[in-house]
Design a protein around this ligand. Sequence first.
Ligand SMILES: Cc1ncc(C[n+]2csc(CCOP(=O)(O)OP(=O)(O)O)c2C)c(N)n1
Length: 531
Amino acid sequence: MNAREAVYEMWRERGMTTMFGNPGSTELPMLKEFPDDFRYVLALQEAVAVGMADGFAQASGTVGHVNLHTAPGVGNAMGGIFNAQANKTPLLVTAGQQARSLMTLQANLTNKDGTRMPHPLVKWSYEPPRAEDVPHAIARATYMASLPPRGPAFVSIPFDDWDADVDEADVAHQTKRQVGGRQGPDPARLGELVEKLGKAKNPAMVAGPDIDMCGGWDAAVKFAEKQKLPVWATPAPGGGRLGFPENHALFRGILPPAIGPAGETLKEYDLVLVVGSSVFPYYPNIPGPLLGENTELIQITNDPDEAARAPMGDAILSDPALALEVLNFKVEESDRDAPDPPWPAGDPEESDPISSSVAAAVLADVWPDDGILVLESPSSTLAMRSRLKLSKPGSYFFGAGGGLGFGLSAAVGVQLAQPDRQVVCVIGEGSVQYAVTAFWTAAAYEVPLKVLVLRNEEYAILKWFAEMEAVTGSPGLDLPALESAEVAKAYGVPGQRVDGRDALHQALTDALAADGPQLVEVKVAPGMALA
Ligand SMILES: Cc1ncc(C[n+]2csc(CCOP(=O)(O)OP(=O)(O)O)c2C)c(N)n1
């Protein structure tokens, strides 16, 4: 058995039969005699390959795999790897390396310091000392990626390793190993929490993205209902997934992302339980008290770093879904009064061109029952969330790292992972450009993704930040004449540009009914859409 046969067998065993990548000469030996039961998804640039693998991994629940072209490929991919670590995406990142015999003389394409290059964005980075160690190194990276906190792990593989003989019996051990990562809570700490909940007069929950990643939606809903907790979503910039149905009567909204306003929002509660989130993904810098004087905060997270770096409150380490399940077993139905349901959002104001809030309302009108939103439209994140009120698990993916380029590429990966659900990517016309070649992959692989481009002809959110930061006279904030529909067409994705509410409604209805990928570009008013 050679290293290639061993590694493909391991991937097959783990259901990792989809590989994203952009190949070069150093990766071709890995792809030799590519097995029929595997799928290679070609991306035309490495950051896009990583984004696709990220979306695929998150939406499929398997470890994603992306293969990169030695040093320049890793370099191009870094923004995507940054997003993957912020998303806590289980991702195996492999890269080619020059032949072992040519590394010391530094032949062309040698990655001089292959293992250092992806730091500090990966959990583990390795170049096996011997060709025979390639299968074990890849197995180890795969476990590292999948153990909490999940994230990217990297292996650099010299060109000539793939044909090397490996010990079949040794490899068989790795192929069969199951390495699980779910840890339950310390019963004593959870007991203290149950006691505090029993005494609290006005507690609340903040639901984070890891509830969704860990399969904890039902447990979160049951717990909030039993305890009559108002529920906030973790601040939007770090909320890569949704931990609670946003149409639920207990749902209050998205916690403001800056320190001062977040502390102010939470000060009415005496106990705040933060589940499956960092405390908090703060941004931008608006100082203020972290928490009200009479508020106690307790975080449940499976990420020791998240627990350690929180600026206030206690932390209990546990898989969030397991902790919620145990809590549901331990807590009684609370006799606190249920909080009043929130005010329904009114209709957005009509204007010409329409606002992004109107675009969001139109999208909500035609939203497919099982729809998945992949969102990268910075100035209308809040409007999209508040109008769509997504209410099913696994229905929302957002780049928690904030690096643009995640949205369009991840949407392709999510749709490949979830062929029976309808994926809609809502994206600003500026954001499209960071992953524009994803259109080609969507067309080439007939990925039936729908893309709604909001064309406001500016970097709206940066103008908003400029105002907040009292920065006047900044260049580079206007984006005239980016023809997204034309660009998509050139890559093979049918697209049309529309204006106005009715035309948008019709275009989205048609796009959703069509078989393949489709793009709708709509002109929207400049500025932020906050609701
Ligand atoms: C890789 C990367 N480069 C730059 C930025 C900074 N940035 C944040 S939002 C934004 C504007 C995006 O424009 P668009 O998609 O049109 O959204 P709008 O703000 O108009 O809603 C930019 C450039 C970033 N977040 N990531």
